[in-house]
Design a protein around this ligand. Structure first.
Ligand code: PMP
Length: 369
C-alpha cells in the first residue's frame, strides 16, 4: 500500500475498513438510530460541545455551505478571514449565496492577525458574521482560534462560523468554551475515515439566526436535519458505510477517555516532520513556528526543481503520495499530511525518501543527521 501523505483523504486503519464492510441496514430502522445517536454523542465529546451536532452526507464544503445558508440572508455583511486557499473558498461560498463579503487576507505563511480582525469589526458595525478557517491546509498554518473567538464573540458578539475541516479530530477545538456558533469538519481528515461524511455543530445563537436566514437551501436545510435527528434519522439517505467506519473510529479515538492523547500525538508528529524537513535544508511555508499546523506541513520546493518532478519521483520511486500546492502556492510548495491515522514510521519513510530523492533532482540537502 502506498504511503498516503495527503492532507486528506488520509489512511484508514484496517479495523475501520473492516467495520465499513458490514451489510446495509434500514436507515429508518432501530439499528441505524442507535448508531446515529452513538456517533452524534461521540462527536459532541470530540467537538467539546453541548450544541446540536448533525451528520451530512457530503464532503467538507457541503457543511461549509450549510453553515452559510442556514444562518445568513442575501445582502448580510460578512467578514471572511482568509489565510489561504480554503479561507478563500469559504468566502466564495458566502458570495455565491449573495452575502456582502469583506475579505480580510494575510500573506501565505502567516496566521490571521487578531488585531486586523478587531480593526475590521470596529470599522463596520453592520458586519453580522465572521468566517474563519481554523487550520489552513494549503499553507500548513493553524490560526489561534481561541484568541480570534475572544474578539469575534467576546468583544463584538458576532455570529462565528468556523471551518475546522482539517483540524478537528487531530487538533483541539473547544466549541463551547470558545463560543463558536457553527463548526464544520469532514470524515476524511482527522477522523481516520474515507470521504463522504461531514459534521456540523450548531449553537443556540446560530439557531436564532436561522429563524430569519433567507438564503436558499434544500439538501442542507439544518431544520430538516434537526427534526430527522429527533427521530434517529437523517433527512436523506446517508452514507451508511462511512458511518460504520466513523462509529468505530470514534470509539478508537475516545477509548482513552478523552481526546488529549490524540492531540498530543499530533503535536509531536508535526514537530518531528518539521524538524526532519528543516534538517534536510528545506524551508517551511510557516513563517512563525508557533502557528505551524499539527496536521499538515507545507515546505517550499527548492529552487531549480519543479514540484511535479519531486512529487512524481516520490510517487514512482518511493510509493509516497505527497500533496501539491493549492491556489497561489500551486507549483511552489509541496505538503505532507500527518493527520488522523499516521505513525512515526510513515514520516521516517518520507524523510528518508526526500534525503535520497532531492540530490537526484539537483538539490543537495544539508548534512543528514
Ligand atoms: N476546508 C479545509 C480547511 C480543507 O482542508 C478542505 C480539504 N482539503 C476543505 C475545506 C474541503 O473539504 P473536502 O476535501 O471535504 O472537499
Amino acid at each position: 500500500m502506498s504511503n498516503l501523505r495527503l492532507p486528506g483523504p488520509t489512511p484508514v486503519p484496517p479495523d475501520v475498513v473492516e467495520a465499513m464492510g458490514h451489510p446495509m441496514i434500514d436507515h429508518r430502522g432501530k439499528q441505524f438510530k442507535e448508531m446515529l445517536f452513538r456517533i452524534t454523542e461521540s462527536l459532541k465529546q470530540a467537538f467539546e460541545t453541548k450544541n446540536d451536532v448533525f451528520l451530512l452526507t457530503s464532503s467538507g464544503p457541503g457543511a461549509m455551505e450549510a453553515a452559510v445558508v442556514n444562518t445568513l440572508s442575501p445582502g448580510d455583511k460578512v467578514l471572511a478571514v482568509s489565510i489561504g486557499n480554503f479561507g478563500d473558498r469559504f468566502s466564495k461560498i458566502a458570495k455565491a449565496y449573495g452575502a456582502d463579503v469583506t475579505d480580510l487576507k494575510s500573506d501565505e505563511g502567516l496566521a490571521a492577525d487578531p488585531e486586523a480582525i478587531r480593526a475590521a469589526l470596529k470599522a463596520d458595525h453592520a458586519i453580522k458574521a465572521v468566517l474563519v478557517t481554523h487550520n489552513e491546509t494549503s499553507t500548513g498554518i493553524t490560526n489561534d482560534l481561541e484568541a480570534i473567538a475572544g474578539i469575534v464573540k467576546g468583544e463584538f458578539d458576532k455570529l462565528f462560523l468556523v471551518d475546522a475541516v482539517s483540524s478537528l479530530g487531530s487538533i483541539r477545538v473547544a466549541t463551547d468554551a470558545w463560543g463558536l456558533d457553527v463548526v464544520v469538519s469532514a470524515s476524511q481528515k482527522g477522523w481516520m475515515c474515507p470521504p463522504g461524511l461531514a459534521m456540523i455543530a450548531v449553537s443556540p445563537r446560530a439557531w436564532e439566526a436561522a429563524k430569519t436566514a433567507k438564503m436558499p437551501k434544500f439538501y442542507f436545510d439544518l431544520a430538516e436535519a434537526k427534526s430527522s435527528l429527533a427521530k434517529g434519522q437523517t433527512p436523506w439517505t446517508p452514507t451508511i458505510s462511512v458511518m460504520y467506519g466513523m462509529d468505530h473510529a470514534l470509539q478508537l479515538m475516545l477509548d482513552r477517555g478523552d481526546m488529549q492523547a490524540v492531540y498530543d500525538f499530533h503535536t509531536k508528529i508535526a514537530q518531528y516532520t518539521r524538524d526532519g524537513l528543516v534538517k534536510l535544508g528545506l524551508k517551511l511555508v510557516a513563517q512563525d513556528e508557533r502557528y505551524a499546523s499539527n496536521t499538515v506541513t507545507a515546505a517550499w520546493v527548492p529552487e531549480g526543481i519543479t514540484d511535479s518532478a519531486l512529487l512524481d519521483m516520490l510517487r514512482d520511486e518511493y510509493d509516497i503520495i505527497a500533496a501539491e500546492g493549492r491556489g497561489v502556492l500551486a507549483g511552489k510548495v509541496f505538503r505532507i499530511g500527518h493527520m488522523g491515522y499516521v505513525r512515526t514510521e510513515d514520516i521516517d519513510d518520507v524523510l528518508s525518501a526526500l534525503r535520497d530523492a532531492l540530490p537526484k533532482l539537483g538539490f543537495t540537502p544539508a548534512a543528514a543527521s
